[in-house]
Design a protein. Structure first.
Length: 610
């Protein structure tokens, strides 16, 4: 699948949804089967549990065993959803399917069993706190994708999922608002809890409170998840109409056809939410697969490699189409080409040479007689064309129906005019006591009435000055905030970004950062910090000049020109450069042994560069 954006830019939410729909349309049947094989048993078990607990009188006797069954079905669902997202990721990267060994399956089950149950408690708490909900939601979706058993340790799955969750937060919140059914399911679950509580607390007036709660929560859902509400309304209406269609087409009479209101209960709401989840959650999974792929591509170039694999097939297909077109069209053209008279030796001798031939349809039209009325009508039709209409006088056209945009601007203009008129009337009432009496006779305060336009102008200028001062104050405050944030970011460079330069910190600063990454278990970032420390040391010794446009090969050549008085320095630096490029740009894993050897070479470089 072709990515429309670069690896370092943030894909837009709508563009990501469009690519996810395209990915689902091209996904194999095995991916859909894996998803629904895992999701349907859990949702059916949950619906059966809800119906059993809400209607069976002896349901309390089975209350101890149902949580164990639902827990197993939940882990079953998450594992099969991981299998589905793994196939989507392989299709996106155009890789061959990796074999599911027993060790990989055990690692996947362990990762999903250890991390995913926490979502049942942490997601509602994060939604109650509002701010961390987007990151927590993306984290658990990433665990479903990245916890596929390829990582040996659970800590690596946790770290990768959390790193991807912190990527592009604005896009993540837009995606949750657009496609996620979680908010609808959570609000419906709260409603299913609130309704029985109201009925138990006040049976006499609980119906009105229930409808009030339903109305408020419906308005809340329309603002938080509009697509989920639209899908749920369609599915809920379909559930209501199915019994009526069965009665009309098949003659099957049920209790729901006798009373349609009997279906509007908690079970109907739970079924509607379950169907909405089954309809929208595959799209959510595909969207977060794309997020993980683009996030990983920022460091591993997975999208570029998948495009290169696709080019191998796309380069051959046009050549085959062109060859088949030429091969199939040339005989047909040779057969359908008519023989031109007079060009071959087989022309009929009876054709007289002096006979004129009709070359086109214009000759035949000229041969016919044209009346003056037909000529005048043809001239009028030509002059009425659009190319001559600009020379004609403008006619008064009938007023067409006003569009909504023009009507909105007209209403806005009328409102502004009314506001100005009301302000002028208020101003007149304010200065009316100072105006002269209408009975005649000169008044001492008559000069104040003549100053009314001047006062209006002064008030207008004063308002503009206040607005300008507020804007200047807001602009200075924003500039200070941006500078403070820029200084905070510059003080601790982010080594995961490609635009970090070695001259942003001294050698001691890079060594301290490398020590922190080693203690955190990040040898890859520690190796890059040590490499920057070596460059900073060589620049301090005036053997290198660090610049953003220079490559590692440029640094090697520059060191070879300047380090004649330091024999043995260039081979050690070349060894460190090779080790860094194998880990940072290649596929070699960074280990503590590699970091230790790199640091030993760095100490030798420091000793030789003195």
């Amino acid at each position: 699948m072709k990515a429309k954006r670069g690896r370092t830019s943030e894909p837009e939410a709508l563009e990501l949804i469009e690519q996810a729909i395209h990915l689902l349309r091209q996904s194999p049947f095995s991916a859909w089967a894996a998803y629904y094989l895992g999701s349907l048993p859990f949702l059916l078990g949950l619906l059966y549990f809800w119906g059993d607990m809400s209607r069976d009188a002896a349901a309390s006797q089975r209350l101890a065993e149902w949580p164990i069954v639902l827990s197993g079905l939940f882990v079953w669902m998450k594992c099969w959803q991981t299998v589905c997202t793994c196939q989507l990721m392989e299709q996106l990267q155009q890789n061959e399917s990796e074999e599911w060994t027993w060790s990989r399956i055990c690692r996947m089950v362990a990762a999903q069993s250890a991390i995913q149950p926490g979502a049942l408690f942490l997601l509602p708490v994060a939604l109650l706190l509002t701010v961390p909900f987007g990151w927590v939601y993306a984290f658990y979706e990433n665990v479903s994708i990245l916890g596929d058993g390829r990582e040996d340790r659970l800590r690596q799955v946790w770290r990768r999922a959390w790193r991807q969750a912190g990527l592009w937060p604005m896009q993540n919140h837009w995606l949750i608002w657009l496609v996620s059914p979680y908010l609808l399911v959570l609000v419906a679950a709260l409603l299913l809890v609130i309704v029985p509580w109201f009925q138990a607390q006040a049976p006499s007036w609980s119906l009105g409170m229930v409808w009030l709660a339903v109305s408020l929560l419906s308005l809340l859902m329309l603002a938080l998840c509009p697509l989920s509400v639209a899908v749920a309304l369609n599915l809920g209406a379909a559930l209501i109409l199915v019994p009526e269609l069965m009665r009309m087409l098949l003659g099957i009479e049920t209790q729901f056809t006798r009373s349609a209101w009997g279906m509007l209960n908690s079970t109907w709401m739970a079924m509607t939410c379950a169907l909405t989840y089954l309809a929208l959650d595959p799209l959510v999974k595909a969207v977060y697969v794309l997020r993980c792929c683009y996030g990983e591509s920022r460091h591993s170039a997975l999208d570029l490699r998948s495009e290169l694999k696709g080019l191998r097939l796309r380069r051959i297909v046009p050549l085959v189409i062109i060859f088949m077109t030429i091969a199939l069209s040339s005989p047909a053209v040779a057969q359908e080409r008519p023989a031109r008279p007079g060009n071959t030796a087989t022309n009929s001798p009876t054709t007289p040479a002096s006979r004129p031939l009709a070359t086109n349809a214009a000759d035949s039209l000229l041969a016919q007689s044209i009346t003056p009325e037909q000529l005048d009508q043809s001239i009028e039709q030509v002059l009425a064309g659009r190319e001559y209409r600009w020379r004609l006088p403008r006619e008064q056209q009938p007023r067409a129906q006003e569009s909504w945009l023009a009507g909105s601007f007209r209403n806005l203009t009328l409102k502004v005019r009314n506001w100005m008129r009301a302000f002028r009337e208020w101003f007149d009432r304010l200065f009316r006591p100072l105006q002269p009496e209408p009975s005649g006779g000169p008044s001492k305060s008559s000069w104040l009435g003549s100053l009314q336009p001047l006062l209006l102008g002064c008030i207008f200028v004063l308002l503009l000055a206040l607005a300008f001062l507020f804007w200047q104050r807001w602009r200075e405050r924003r500039r200070k905030l941006v500078e403070a944030v820029g200084e905070a970011v510059a003080s601790v460079p982010d080594l995961t970004q490609e635009n970090v330069a070695a001259n942003q910190l001294p050698e001691e600063g890079w060594l301290a950062i490398a020590g922190e990454f080693i203690s955190q278990g990040e040898p890859r970032l520690a190796l890059r910090a040590l490499y920057f420390a070596g460059l900073a040391n060589l620049e301090h010794c005036h053997l290198l000049t660090i610049a953003r446009h220079k490559s590692n090969l440029d640094y090697l050549r520059e060191l070879g020109r300047r380090a004649h008085a330091h024999p043995g320095l260039q081979p050690i630096f070349r060894e460190n450069v090779a080790a860094f490029e194998r880990v940072w740009y290649g596929f070699h894993e960074a280990s503590l042994e590699t970091v230790t050897l790199f640091r030993a070479n760095l100490e030798r470089i420091r000793a030789l560069a003195r």
